[in-house]
Design a protein around this ligand. Sequence first.
Ligand SMILES: Cc1cc2nc3c(=O)[nH]c(=O)nc-3n(C[C@H](O)[C@H](O)[C@H](O)COP(=O)(O)O)c2cc1C
Length: 387
Amino acid sequence: MTIPKLKIRDLVAKIPIIQGGMGVGISLSGLASAVANEGGIGVIAAAMIGLNETDIYSNFKEANIRALQREIRKAREATKGILGVNIMVALTNFADLVKTSIEEGIDIIFSGAGLPLDLPKYVKDGINTKLVPIVSSARAAKAICKRWLSRFNSLPDAFVVEGPLAGGHLGFSADQLDRPEFSLEKLVPEVVEAVIPFAEELQVDIPVIAAGGIYTGADIHNFLQLGAAGVQMATRFVATHECDADISFKQSYIDARKEDLVIIKSPVGLPGRAIRNQFLKDVEEGKKKPFKCPYHCISSCNCTDSPYCIAMALVNAKRGKLKKGFAFAGNNAYKVDRIISVKELISSLLDEYQKASYRPTVDYQPEFLMSAQAGAQVNIEGHVAGR
Ligand SMILES: Cc1cc2nc3c(=O)[nH]c(=O)nc-3n(C[C@H](O)[C@H](O)[C@H](O)COP(=O)(O)O)c2cc1C
């Protein structure tokens, strides 16, 4: 059985794999274009993308716009495949980054870390950029659908549902992270079911993409069986030659042990998953002191009380200065044992997918699929199409 394609309206990715956006500076044009060239969807992370601009302190707004334009253009020169930009709602320059991405003709905007309730207002008639919110619950997906329908008479072109095993900032409280009712296996069918009535109302498909802890081709197979139309993976793409981070950042994944993957309380006000290092130990022990905020980059950041600047810490990590920062990583980062090319990674995922698809499927049919069959059709590509 060959792997199904991922359709997001008129965009068709040959393989249903999205490379998750990774800030700060971890997924830029290098990684995104490599993934797009292999038939997946490559995503540039927009958070603090102007980090290398000489005027980033004095001209935060323009520096970020300029760097984003440049990365999108560089990626576009390197691939004819599908490219996205990840723009977190919590960024203070969210509107600038959205407008710039649309002006540059980006294929898809992925947006999480808050509910992108007003995202469609930036998309004028004739613009073909797709809008894909990242959510962590069916409730959030419904809230976005309701708002977009009532205010804009539109719906998301797809949803990414990110579960508790993901890297970076997480859309759960710390006590929810280990509870079975918040597992990605539970969330995916719930989100698929939640969007069916909305999709039916506008007679559109809303593919649901699973993210967080997906590591092998067998995992991909499992989530497609659960109703996902595709997967978003980030951690695995860090340990590739094409990833835009410094080699020490990649090496920190190879060196990480299971017990090094920890949940931190980020200054942004959300829990985050990262690799514990001396910097984070110092933070835990109260050795870091509040600082002056250089960028005002995240609206929810409690920078007056925070023991460190998250933007500076992540920029340092991207540059390989891990003594002055730390690496975000998904729960499975400890499994990474070497750096390979994006091509090798994707081909091994496809092999594993193939093998998994020959195994007898688990005797499990999510309840929503049985109840949904009357009104909605599960198409051969694995996602529920509203009819
Ligand atoms: C280093 C790193 C940085 C990340 N940065 C962002 C980001 O800037 N914006 C975002 O929406 N998600 C971010 N994420 C989450 C990923 O896009 C992705 O959804 C998630 O990590 C998937 O889980 P996986 O890493 O287990 O594959 C980040 C993840 C990692 C590992």
